[in-house]
Design a binder for this molecule. Structure first.
Ligand SMILES: *[C@@H]1O[C@H](CO)[C@@H](O)[C@H](O)[C@H]1NC(C)=O
Ligand SMILES: *[C@@H]1O[C@H](CO)[C@@H](O)[C@H](O)[C@H]1NC(C)=O
Ligand SMILES: *[C@@H]1O[C@H](CO)[C@@H](O)[C@H](O)[C@H]1NC(C)=O
Ligand SMILES: [Cu+2]
Length: 603
């Protein structure tokens, strides 16, 4: 467990010369005509079927692995990189090209597979945000993406010359499932939360059917081919300037390059906060309505958790975008990191479903319009998840029909349903070990949790402190960060994820509130250890926070927002006595959540 393993990327990736513009980008040359691959053979409906082949451990369906784990399997990794490359270089007019599949989510606001917009909604993507459908809609979306890569991989594996090597690739191909990127677990010792395969180099050497070649790294960015700046493409600045997807772009013109090194720092700065946030979400959020999406509505029950998987997901969009594509709802999915991130979101959903199997979609009105839904229209467990066809009759997937991942032929390591498996315990152990702070938790590198050990002894009570945020999503008509600090120490932040200011948001309800939480327990613990705070009890913490907790609002371009510009913002400090689990098979038990301080205004 604790031995140091040479990371596989050292063997695969060329020396990192970033930030560095990529001239002479190239795709893998198979030395053969591959133009018929990914062309849809039969016109008509293209259903999302899931993948019927392969076998996972102990007879479960095949697993979506964490990206660093997948990388340890050079055969499957090579197929994955080649398939991404192929999809990205497929003509943008093809239904199964990167451009078209990514384009379902937001821009270019064109019908996919001929699924037309409903009246007045043509200036939206299909994706459903701040919606009871949020985790459900993204499930068949990822299944479509996975299916396209899977089909490509079967073709690619068969291109090796006949023999043992080809047999090995063909055998690996049937088990292929897309990886997820765990942005919350401790990374391997000495490494960043951001895997080098994603942000380490703009090029990659891949040993494919025609030998070793240096190609553009398909996890680094996507190059538009060509960049369509017409009304039916990406007409608004700066997206009409950027020929590739951007992360922390240096400029807003065509000379921009990505700064993955800044993205890495930002993710690492926020890693502890994300980990606690996910742990709190998993252990305290018990109702699907509250877990699934960030909408604030009358009747939100603070004792069932104030955060949501969508809110946590928003923070990753902010941290990976830095003003580039991931920062904006309607451009984000072109960046290859989008699908790695959303596979993680789907995994969190699947793990949460194992713990709380009884609760699911209830009818709620849509808060915002999408390509086929109007704001205010009812969304239910039998709503169509457009444009994802279930069969060639024209039926769509619905929340009821996407409730388990096995429907699409995959599971995650924690949800692998082998005969005899105790799924609940399997998931709880993973949550404690990967995201928990109790002393039973082991980090991924095998070491025990360090500074956190003393205060969360098994079976004892500790005080969990949280800042609950309530704010209008379109308060600024553009995305922004809400940051908390104690004195000069950064405590955590939340990113309010919106469309770009240039987008038509005439139907975006400016008064729709969203929810999010920032854990502050760790920050308070540090204050007690250096003597500035006497105890974690409310009698000490309340006056301490009243004079030391500050918040700032920052726009994506780092400009600070003046106090008073977001009058809808409320930050409520709450605490609960939590009993740490006695062992890794139990969840912590949350006591009553008590409110203490409100930043301003009133709930
Ligand atoms: C993509 O296909 C379209 C339609 O067949 C064709 O007009 C266009 O030239 C192709 N684009 C590229 C870059 O090959
Ligand atoms: C707020 O946090 C975000 C994300 O961590 C960061 O990019 C931004 O610079 C911070 N703003 C301030 C004023 O510190
Ligand atoms: C936790 O328990 C203590 C003592 O039983 C009590 O004083 C406090 O108000 C409780 N609530 C917490 C964290 O905040
Ligand atoms: Cu997203």
């Amino acid at each position: 467990m604790s031995s140091i393993r040479l990371p596989f990327w050292l063997l695969v990736f060329t020396a990192a010369l970033w930030p560095h513009a990529v001239n002479a980008r190239r795709s893998y040359d198979y030395g053969a005509d591959t133009s018929s691959i990914l062309k849809r053979q039969i016109p008509g409906i293209y259903p999302v079927t899931g993948i019927p082949t392969g076998q996972g451990p102990g007879g479960s369906v095949p697993l979506r692995q964490e990206i660093r784990t997948l990388e340890q399997d050079p055969t499957t990794w090579t197929l994955y990189i080649l398939a991404l490359d192929f999809m990205q270089y497929t003509n943008q007019s093809e239904l199964l090209s990167w451009y078209q599949v990514a384009g379902i989510h937001g821009r270019p606001f064109e019908p996919y597979d001929n699924v037309q917009p409903t009246s007045g909604n043509g200036h939206n993507g299909y994706c459903t945000h701040v919606s009871i459908l949020f985790p459900c809609w993204h499930r068949p979306y990822l299944a479509l993406y996975e299916q396209v890569l899977y089909d490509l991989i079967q073709n690619i594996a068969s291109m090796w010359p006949a023999g043992a090597t080809r047999d090995q690739y063909v055998a690996a191909a049937v088990n292929f499932r897309i990886p997820y990127w765990d942005w919350a677990a401790h990374p391997p010792a000495g490494q960043s939360i951001l895997p080098s395969s994603i942000g380490g180099s703009p090029t990659v050497t891949v040993d494919g059917p025609s030998g070793e070649q240096l190609i553009a790294n398909p996890l680094w960015d996507y190059e538009f081919k060509p960049l369509d700046i017409s009304q039916g493409g990406l007409p608004d600045a700066p997206f009409n300037q950027w020929r590739t997807t951007m992360r922390y772009p240096t400029t807003k013109d065509g000379s921009a390059v990505s700064q993955n090194n800044i993205m890495m720092q930002q993710l690492d700065n926020n890693a502890n906060s994300l980990r606690s946030r996910l742990f709190n979400l998993f252990t305290s959020s018990q109702s699907y309505s509250q877990f699934s999406n960030e909408a604030w509505y009358n009747g939100v029950d603070p004792s069932s958790g104030h955060d949501s998987i969508e809110s946590v997901h928003d923070q990753i969009h902010g941290l990976t975008g830095g003003g580039g594509h991931m920062t904006y709802i309607e451009y984000s999915s072109f960046d290859p990191i989008f699908f790695l991130h959303h596979a993680m979101v789907d995994r969190c959903f699947a793990m949460w479903q194992v713990m709380y199997p009884q609760t699911y979609v209830v009818s709620e009105p849509a808060r915002y319009s999408s390509f086929t839904n109007s704001a205010g229209g009812m969304q239910t467990s039998s709503s169509d998840l457009t444009p994802f066809y279930r069969d060639t009759n024209g039926d769509f997937w619905t929340p009821d029909s996407v409730r388990t991942t096995e429907t699409f032929g995959y599971a995650y390591p924690e949800t692998a349903n082998a005969p005899g498996a105790d799924l609940f315990t399997q998931v709880v152990i993973a949550i404690n070990n990967l995201y928990g702070a109790s002393s039973t938790a082991q980090k991924r590198d095998g070491s025990l949790g360090s500074s956190t050990v003393q205060r969360r002894e098994p079976g004892t009570q500790y005080s969990e402190w949280i800042a609950n945020i309530k704010v209008e999503k379109y308060a600024l008509g553009e995305p922004f960060f809400i940051n908390l600090s104690i004195g000069d120490n950064f405590v955590g932040s939340h990113f309010v994820f919106t469309k770009a200011a240039t987008s038509d948001c005439s139907t975006c309800d400016p008064n729709q509130f969203i929810r999010a939480s920032i854990p502050i327990t760790d920050a308070l613990m540090s204050e007690t250890s250096c003597g500035k705070l006497a105890s974690m009890q409310p009698a000490d913490v309340k006056p301490f926070l009243a004079s030391n907790l500050k918040y700032t609002l920052t726009r994506v371009d780092s400009q600070e927002v003046e106090d008073g510009e977001v009058p809808s913002l409320t930050i409520t400090i709450v605490s609960a006595n939590v009993t740490a689990p006695v062992d890794e098979c139990q969840l912590p038990v949350w006591g009553e959540v008590v409110g203490h301080l409100i930043s301003k205004g009133a709930e």
